[in-house]
Design a protein around this ligand. Structure first.
Ligand code: MN
Length: 231
């Protein structure tokens, strides 16, 4: 068997302390999972059921070393969202909250880069979010830290600076839906598969970056990532 065109190279992420790689299958993202961010987006942060959107695996960028992403086309409001990323090792449908963390391979820092103007236009017109969220290089993600090594963090400062200036700062203990609850909810709608990633949502303080800006995202226990927007 041969392909009629070259198949795309699989996307993979680094694993902290290892030469092995984590193959990226799908990228699921949780919307509005910190109350203060829901408020800044003009939404009521009541604990309604979580909602999800996706990015293609090809959106993933290995940010285990300083990375550069392009400033994407058709936007004048390119936003950073720093997030805790969950890497799924073991798939399953209808996963129970009580056993959900046993499906996790590890955790990383990620940026859910967003064309905010396109996202809000789509939101307000009742259209899909894809062009605001799911575009090339929209998911820079650092090295995955194995749960076998670090456990399952419940409290950890999460922060992002732009050119050294603080923009986002919170704690993952403020997640409206915990990692285990997000896995359980998501798996009710779609069977999870090994290699899936879940970006768990961003805290308040999202804002624009411009060409040449350098973002540093950090989560206590997971180190930091550095992502530059190309000129
Ligand atoms: Mn997000």
């Amino acid at each position: 068997m041969s392909y009629v065109i070259p198949p795309p190279a699989p996307r993979s992420l680094a694993i902290h302390g290892s030469r092995d790689r984590f193959p990226v299958n799908r990228i699921f993202c949780v919307g509005r999972n910190y109350a203060a961010h829901a408020r800044e987006m003009g939404r009521d942060p009541d604990r309604e059921a979580p909602f999800f959107f996706m990015k293609p695996a090809q959106a993933a960028v290995d940010a285990s070393v300083p990375a550069t992403i392009p400033y994407p086309p058709r936007t004048n409001n390119f936003h950073h969202e720093v997030e805790l990323v969950v890497a799924i090792e073991k798939g399953g449908a209808d996963i129970r909250v009580e056993t959900a963390l046993s499906h996790v391979y590890g955790y990383a820092i990620g940026l859910d880069m967003t064309r905010r103007d396109l996202q809000l236009e789509a939101r307000d017109k009742g259209r899909p979010w894809e062009f605001g969220k799911a575009f090339a290089a929209s998911a820079p993600i650092g090295a995955i830290h194995r749960a076998a090594d670090i456990g399952h963090p419940e409290h950890a400062q999460i922060a992002l600076t732009v050119n050294g200036q603080p923009r986002q700062s919170s704690d993952i203990d403020k997640l409206i839906w915990s990692v285990a609850e997000s896995i359980a909810q998501l798996s009710m709608y779609e069977a999870l598969e090994p290699g899936d990633l879940i970006m768990t949502g961003t805290p308040e303080g999202v804002g624009p970056v411009k060409p040449g800006d350098v973002m540093v995202g950090s989560i206590a226990g997971l180190g930091s990532i550095e992502v530059r927007v190309a000129n």
